[in-house]
Design a protein around this ligand. Sequence first.
Ligand code: FES
Length: 104
Amino acid sequence: MTKFVKVCNVEDLPPGSGKLVMGLYDKPIALFNVDGNFYATNAICPHMGGHLQSGTLRGKVIYCPWHQWSFCVDTGESDHQGGHRISTYQLQIQNGEVMVGWLS
Ligand code: FES
């Protein structure tokens, strides 16, 4: 059975924004709210370590603040062929609390 850890409350993350949280085993997770739907990805950009939660979110695509590499926060896929993928994490909302699990 997958373990989950509470990372914040729903109201802590407005739509269109990202937030750094600590997941299971103190894994840095970038949490995003896209129109009320929450997504959890690796917080560290695979290019040179930019902090993805601080990037620009356009729909489900996050643009790294350092050099603009971009990734889908739902699938983790890069939006260009041959690009790197980022990890995505299981996520649940329970009683207004955002819970993150392990890799999805
Ligand atoms: S560190 Fe993210 S694009 Fe360069």
